[in-house]
Write a protein that binds this ligand. Structure first.
Ligand SMILES: [Zn+2]
Length: 66
């Protein structure tokens, strides 16, 4: 089983935030990985449908709005 919540920032080694988001235009869910210390360190987007649905199934819960 892979743990998606403990990927370290390549710059400061802080564990990256894994955020679930949804495209405004496409409506497709995707995952954003961002450094919690500074978003400029690392920001990644994963749109692979299979991966996203797997994470969604695991991390079902309230997603912050705004
Ligand atoms: Zn960082």
């Amino acid at each position: 089983m892979t743990n998606v919540t403990t990927l370290p920032c390549p710059l400061c080694r802080a564990p990256l935030d894994v955020r679930l988001a949804r495209g405004r235009k496409s409506g497709k869910a995707f995952i954003m990985l961002v450094c919690p210390a500074d978003g400029r360190h690392f920001r990644g987007f994963i749109t692979d449908r299979q991966y996203v649905s797997g994470v969604l199934a695991k991390a079902e819960g309230p997603v912050g709005k705004g």
